[in-house]
Design a protein around this ligand. Structure first.
Ligand code: FES
Length: 126
């Protein structure tokens, strides 16, 4: 079975790399590995579990002179178990991922934590 290494990046610089098989979500693999991530609905509707893609394989989001990272498109990097209703297409193109329903298609790095959640705002379904 295909597995991908997913590195979770928390504020403050701590990281944890977990193995995610092709039939499980990032959240499921994180829980199996003992990594604590926030979640609520587990259906892609509440946005609690959102993370942001910062690298795919060896590719990293590049920062410009102001330190702002150019987004990596998350659309091609994940398949979803069900429609990610809480994200717009443009948010997905900016790298945002709902970890409760997302299955990675490549090794990748994902920023997690309250800052990512604050960037996205509230779910349109809340
Ligand atoms: S836990 Fe609600 S969208 Fe993931």
């Amino acid at each position: 079975m295909t597995r991908h290494d997913v590195t979770l990046e928390w504020p403050g610089g701590s990281t944890q790399t977990i193995e995610v098989s092709e039939d499980e979500t990032v959240l499921e693999a994180a829980q199996r590995a003992g990594a604590r991530l926030p979640y609520d609905c587990r259906k892609g509707t509440c946005i609690t579990c959102v993370g942001r893609l910062t690298g795919i394989g060896d590719e990293r989001a590049a920062a410009d002179a102001s330190g702002t990272e150019a987004p990596l498109d998350a659309t091609a990097a994940f398949t979803y178990r069900r429609p990610p209703a809480a994200l717009t297409d443009s948010e997905r193109a900016d790298g945002y991922v709902l970890l409760c329903i997302a299955r990675p298609r490549a090794d990748c790095r994902i920023e997690v934590g309250p800052r990512v959640r604050a960037e996205v705002g509230d779910s349109p379904w809340a």
